[in-house]
Design a protein around this ligand. Structure first.
Ligand code: FCB
Length: 441
C-alpha cells in the first residue's frame, strides 16, 4: 500500500465555464456570444443542444456553491461571460451582468473558497465577431479594456486572474476545423487568431497589473503529449515533430518570446502578421501557468495518430486514459521551459453515467481516472515540478460544446429537465481525498 501525501496548502478545487453552465443566455441585458449564435445555427451541435439554459447556474449559483462546500473544495475556477458584462464587446456596461458576478464572487468568498477567475473561455461577444473577431487586431485591445473593467470591479476579492482558457482550441477548433464557434475553416485566419489571442493575453496581463497591484496573472493551456508508438527512430521523430508543430505554438511565444521554428517552416507565407513589440508583450513574466490535461496522442510515422491502442481504456470522448503521460508531460516542460508555478486547471473524463436504483451515480471509472491522475501528479511533484493545485473538470455535468449535453464530465450529476443535482461517487471520493489531503492506494 502506498500513501501519496499532498502539501498542506495544496489548492483542491473544481472548474466550470460560463457558457457551459450559466444559461440565461439573453437575461438581464446579456449580449449574444459567438456560442449563442453557433449553437442556435442548425446542425452545429449534437441534437441541436444549446447553452440557453444549461445548468441554470445563473439562477442556482447559491445551491451550486453549497455543493462545493459539501465537497470541501478550497477553490473554484469559473469564467466570466464577456457579453454579459459588455453586450457590445466594448463601451456600454451592462450593470446587471456585472452585479451577477459581484454576487457570485461574494458567495464564493463567503463559502471560504478561493475564486480562480478566467476572463475568456470562448464566448466572444458576437458584435466583435461581426467586426472580424480574433482575425481583427482591435479585438485584442477590446479584451484589454474588458479585463481592466473586471479587475476594477472584482480585484478586491479575486486574486487569481487567467486571461484565456486554451487559446489553441479557439484558434484551431474555432477557425481551422470549424467544429467550434465561430465555425471558420481557414488556415490563415486560424494562425492570425492564434497571434491575436497571444497579443490579447499580453495586453490583458498588462491591464491586470495596471488596474491593481498584488494580483496573480496567468494563462491556461491545454497540452497533449505526442508520444511515439514504438522506439523506432521513425516513430520517435514523427512524435517529436507533432509535438513541435502543435504544442509549442503557445508555449514558445509565452515562455521563450518567439514562435517555434517548426511553425515558421510549416506556415511559410501564411505566418501571422505581427508588429514590433508584440512578442515582448506576449512573453511577460507570469505568476502561474494553468495546464488542462486529458490525454495524449500516440504517433506512428506511417499513419499519424493511432486511434486505438490495444489494451488501453478510452473515455466517451474517444480519449485514451493514460495517467503516466501527465507525469512525463510535466517533467518534460519543466525541463524545457522556465515556468512559473503550475496549477492543473482541468483534468477529468466523460463516461456514460446512470442513476442506480439506490438513487446514486456509481461512476467508478471516473473515480479511478481522477485517482490515477492525482497519483501521477504527486509523482511529478516529487520529480521537482512545482504544482500548487488541482481543479477537477468539472464540478457539474454541463454543455460540452459541439457535443451538447451528450458527454458528462461532472463530479455532480445534473438532470437537465428537473435541474436536480446528485453528487456522484467520484465527487464523494474527491471530498474524502481533499479532507485527508492524501491518496492511499
Ligand atoms: C476543455 C475545455 C472545457 C471542457 C473540457 C472537456 O478543452 O476547456 O471547457 O470542454 O475540455
Amino acid at each position: 500500500m502506498s500513501t501519496y501525501k499532498f502539501p498542506h496548502n495544496f489548492l483542491w478545487g473544481a472548474a466550470t465555464a460560463a457558457y457551459q453552465i450559466e444559461g440565461a443566455w439573453n437575461k438581464d441585458g446579456k449580449g449574444e456570444s459567438v456560442w449563442d449564435r453557433f449553437s442556435h445555427t442548425s446542425g452545429k451541435t449534437t441534437n441541436g443542444d444549446t447553452g440557453d439554459v444549461a445548468c441554470d447556474h445563473y439562477h442556482r449559483f447559491e445551491e451550486d456553491i453549497a455543493i462545493m462546500r459539501q465537497l470541501g473544495l478550497k477553490a473554484y475556477r469559473f469564467s466570466i461571460s464577456w457579453p454579459r458584462v459588455l453586450p457590445g464587446g466594448r463601451g456600454r456596461i451592462n450593470a446587471r451582468g456585472l452585479d451577477f458576478y459581484d454576487r457570485l464572487v461574494d458567495a464564493i468568498c463567503a463559502a471560504n473558497l478561493e475564486p480562480l477567475l478566467t476572463l475568456h473561455h470562448w464566448d466572444l461577444p458576437q458584435v466583435l465577431q461581426d467586426q472580424g473577431g480574433w482575425d481583427n487586431r482591435d479585438t485584442a485591445y477590446a479584451f484589454a479594456d474588458y479585463t481592466a473593467l473586471m479587475v476594477k470591479r472584482l480585484g478586491d476579492r479575486v486574486r487569481s486572474w487567467t486571461t484565456f482558457n486554451e487559446p489553441s482550441v479557439i484558434a484551431f477548433i474555432g477557425h481551422l476545423t470549424g467544429e467550434h464557434a465561430p465555425g471558420i475553416k481557414d488556415v490563415r485566419i486560424a494562425y492570425q487568431t492564434a497571434h491575436h489571442l497571444m497579443l490579447a493575453h499580453g495586453l490583458g496581463v498588462q491591464a491586470i497589473r495596471g488596474a491593481k497591484s498584488g494580483l496573480e496573472a496567468g494563462i491556461v493551456l491545454t497540452l497533449w503529449p505526442h508520444e511515439p508508438a514504438s522506439d523506432s527512430p521513425e516513430d520517435v521523430s514523427a512524435a517529436a515533430e507533432a509535438w513541435d508543430r502543435n504544442e509549442t505554438v503557445f508555449l514558445d511565444p509565452i515562455f521563450k518570446g518567439h514562435y517555434p521554428t517548426a511553425m515558421i517552416d510549416f506556415l511559410g507565407e501564411k505566418m501571422p502578421r505581427t508588429k514590433d513589440g508584440d512578442l515582448a508583450l506576449i512573453s511577460q513574466e507570469l505568476d502561474f501557468l494553468g495546464i488542462n490535461f486529458y490525454s495524449r496522442h500516440v504517433v506512428k510515422a506511417s499513419q499519424g495518430n493511432v486511434k486505438t491502442i490495444p489494451g488501453s481504456e478510452y473515455t466517451e470522448m474517444g480519449w485514451e486514459v493514460c495517467a503516466p503521460a501527465l507525469r512525463r508531460l510535466l517533467v518534460r516542460i519543466n525541463s524545457e521551459y522556465r515556468l512559473p508555478p503550475i496549477y492543473i486547471t482541468e483534468n477529468g473524463s466523460a463516461f456514460k453515467d446512470e442513476i442506480s436504483p439506490d438513487g446514486k451515480v456509481h461512476d467508478s471509472r471516473r473515480l479511478e481516472y481522477f485517482k490515477q491522475h492525482l497519483i501521477q501528479l504527486r509523482l511529478a511533484m516529487q520529480d521537482g515540478v512545482d504544482v500548487r493545485g488541482y481543479m477537477a473538470w468539472s464540478l457539474l455535468d454541463n454543455f460540452e460544446w459541439g457535443y451538447g449535453f451528450s458527454k458528462r464530465f461532472g463530479l455532480v450529476h445534473v438532470d437537465y429537465e428537473s435541474q436536480k443535482r446528485i453528487i456522484k461517487d467520484s465527487g464523494e471520493w474527491y471530498a474524502k481525498i481533499i479532507l485527508a489531503n492524501q491518496i492511499v492506494e
